[in-house]
Design a protein around this ligand. Structure first.
Ligand code: GLV
Length: 309
């Protein structure tokens, strides 16, 4: 089987070495040196240039390096007849739950406030509420959202979860669909976004949504920058409707120099590191999926192109 790797260039050789260590039978090419286009069976990619995937006439599957596949489906010429496999690695969910828990606890324990007080050498004590008095909501209940919601519930927070379709998660109060969104948002104190980016979820985090949260709520976006309407977020922070935002993802990455987020006193910026695919564990999962498929089994974790996740 011929596999074309199209990942950010600094990683491509490392992925090749890892795949070959696990499956020496693979014939691996690294984009843009695909060789004859009709030889490519499978592409492993993060994002591709528009039209690139349409160049391989015998393409049988596309494997996404990331859990989110919006970057691949953004290509208007994406070959829709070819199965697209998203990255499902339990380690991605563990890393994400750690980041989300850290971000929520930073607000809950008011470490952000003490960092600001320290800058002024001010010794000021505040009594914080109990975790059971601070309701946290997780938008998106896929592999990552579900695990994050469970982890927050285990820390003692009342947790709500929202997704387009109905989900049942022990210890989490779940809501579904557009009709369930207002009740999910109502007076939430911390909102975590872990939605897939689709036409339905683009720009969902806007002024109307922020107004439904508790005054002084916190927002944590670890999904995609385009879920957030930037000027609405900045206005909500400036008016005090939001007390802080932890942002790991942005419309433009890297976040451009001079962007207001960089210097905003109530914004924490991290460079898309909340959960990063590890080739040490993910390559084995890709190889296992490929081998079972070669042996006549079904490909696992195939995206529904209509839903976009
Ligand atoms: C990262 O953003 C991913 O989709 O895995």
């Amino acid at each position: 089987m011929r596999l074309l790797i199209n990942t950010p260039t600094e990683d491509a050789e490392a992925w090749r070495a890892q795949f070959l260590a696990l499956a020496p039978e693979l014939d691996i090419r690294i984009w843009p040196d695909a060789g004859p286009v009709e030889e490519i069976d499978v592409v492993f990619a993060w994002r591709t240039r528009a039209g690139d995937l349409a160049r391989y006439p015998r393409l049988r599957a596309v494997f996404s390096l990331g859990a989110g596949v919006d970057g691949l489906l953004a290509d208007p010429q994406f070959p829709r007849h070819v199965p697209l496999v998203r990255m499902v690695d339990p380690n991605l969910a563990v890393l994400m739950a750690e980041y989300v828990a850290a971000a929520v606890l930073r607000y809950h324990c008011e470490l952000d406030r003490y960092q600001a007080l320290q800058a002024g050498q001010r010794w000021e004590k505040h009594v914080r509420p109990f975790a059971c008095e601070r309701t946290v909501g997780v938008l998106g209940l896929g592999e990552l959202g579900t695990n994050a919601a469970r982890t927050l519930a285990a820390l003692g927070f009342p947790v709500r979860g929202w997704a387009r379709s109905a989900h049942a998660i022990d210890g989490v109060h779940t809501f579904a669909g557009e009709a369930g969104l207002p009740a999910f948002l109502d007076a939430l104190q911390v909102l975590v976004c872990l939605l897939p980016l689709t036409p339905h979820t683009r720009g969902l985090l806007d002024a109307r949504l922020f107004a439904r949260l508790a005054p002084g709520a916190f927002v944590i976006n670890v999904a995609r920058g385009a879920h957030v309407v930037e000027r609405d977020l900045l206005a909500a922070l400036d008016s005090g409707q939001l007390a802080g935002a932890t942002l790991d993802v942005f419309d433009t990455e890297p976040l451009p120099a001079g962007h207001p987020y960089w210097t905003h006193p109530r914004v924490l910026v991290t460079p898309h590191i909340s959960s990063v695919t590890s080739l040490r564990t993910a390559a084995a999962l890709v190889v296992d999926n490929l081998r079972q498929w070669q042996a006549g089994g079904r490909l696992r974790n195939v995206v529904d192109p209509e839903r976009g996740y």
